[in-house]
Design a protein around this ligand. Sequence first.
Ligand SMILES: [Zn+2]
Length: 171
Amino acid sequence: MADARRSAEEVVPRVSSKVARGESPAHGAGAFAIEPIAKGELIAIFTGRITHASETDFDDYHLQVGEEHYLGPSGELDDLVNHSCEPNAGFSPQSANETPILIARRDIAAGEEITMDYNAIIDESGWEGFACGCGASTCTGMVRSFRDLSDMKKQALKPWLLPYLREKYFR
Ligand SMILES: [Zn+2]
């Protein structure tokens, strides 16, 4: 089973060839479109080690994939996707917990930074979140746990959620 999955990963490009590492004034390192990307197109399949909360390094890149489990960094471009309150990317409904698939929410021009909404990647009690200065006209000023968002914001993120959160809130 594990071997079958590994060989499948070898034939599926995990990060679009249209994306490369770059620097943004707001975020430092980020992932950028180097060619136009069409709405719905695959940007990256996130991979990494799945860890229990007790062994997760929260200073490192992580997405929540279960009540107490996280997908850690891959060391590749998927680790560099920064937050925006008006993101151009989100997770496909075809995502699985171990392999969240980031796709374009709209057409993305060459040179644009790839962003996603971090409000859709963490759902923990007691997480205070962090202040956001993404600069979007719709910026809420804060990134929070999914559970702490307004119903309107939850609904707006529904099409772009990680599978864990989709199942938990919209089953
Ligand atoms: Zn913002």
